[in-house]
Design a protein. Structure first.
Length: 285
């Protein structure tokens, strides 16, 4: 809607997993390097934790894109809050989907949920696949996103045991647990799982200079050729959004929309603060 007014070729503050918009802050870049170390050295597991909106899922995707071809497949579990039999069946499905003929995934997926395999069947399927994958010189990665939703102790135990599968006691996969910091107390109560995590990464919010560079980076990717937000506006964005990338995106997107509607020449701190107040104010009944 506002792209042409600001001379942009696309919206710069969408919450997508587009690699072009990834800003390598110190915290995010360090997390990628640590997680890559865990995968390339065949560690059993790794943890990526942080508050909502800090870009954990995007970091996991950037990790996948940065690894050589022999590290795969990447099995993604985006909603782990399910019974252990369904969780293991889903992991088996994600690991082995590349082996199925093109176009067969939908039918297999529907059949899986119509008649979920028992735990033993799924475990055997996973074990066979990982052995074959390892013999082919590859190392699998299972990414469990939103892991803070996973409270079933049987599911946690299943995740703990999966890296046991591998030739000569060498792990054939790395479990990457991705979730909010609410998972940390759960992990404290599961010491046998915690001790398998070779790497732990905690994402933090941006500092003010990182917020500035983040906003500028996204605008440049979207085609900006001049400063749409003035310096005070960037400071206001950082303060109002607490350095949280998702909140920065929301605030900047609305600022561009309102600026377009009001035919502003640039976005100022006054505009940012006004928009932030509208976002946080609850109208009286």
């Amino acid at each position: 809607m506002y792209e042409s007014y600001w001379r942009l070729h696309e919206k710069p503050f969408e919450n997508t997993l587009d690699d072009r918009y990834f800003y390598p802050s110190e915290s995010h870049q360090a997390a990628i390097l640590k997680l890559r170390y865990a995968v390339e050295n065949h560690r059993q597991g790794a943890l990526l934790a942080g508050a909502s909106g800090l870009g954990k899922t995007l970091v996991a995707k950037m990790l996948e894109d940065s690894l050589p071809e022999q590290y795969g497949p990447f099995a993604r579990i985006t909603f782990p809050q399910m019974p252990v039999d369904q969780l293991l069946a889903y992991i088996a499905f994600e690991l082995t989907k590349s082996q199925r003929p093109s176009g067969a995934e939908g039918a297999v997926h529907s059949q899986m949920y119509a008649n979920t395999p028992d735990v033993q069947t799924s475990v055997q399927q996973i074990e066979r696949f990982l052995l074959e994958n390892s013999q082919n010189g590859r190392h699998a990665v299972v990414v469990v996103d939103e892991v803070h939703l996973l409270e079933d102790r049987h599911a946690l135990e299943a995740i703990r045991l999966l890296p046991n599968f591998g030739p000569n006691g060498n792990p054939a996969l790395t479990m990457l647990l991705v979730g909010q910091t609410a998972f940390l107390p759960v992990l404290d109560r599961a010491p046998q799982l915690e001790e398998r995590l070779g790497v732990k990464c905690l994402l933090r919010s941006f500092g003010e200079e990182e917020t500035r560079r983040y906003v500028e980076h996204r605008l440049q990717v979207a085609g900006a050729d001049y400063a749409i937000f003035d310096n005070d506006a960037i400071s206001a964005i950082h303060y109002q959004a607490h350095g949280n990338p998702r909140q920065i995106n929301r605030l900047c997107d609305l600022a561009l929309l309102v600026g377009y509607a009001e035919q502003q020449e640039a976005i100022s701190a006054v505009h940012v603060e006004s928009i932030s107040q509208e976002l946080t104010t609850v109208a009286p009944e």
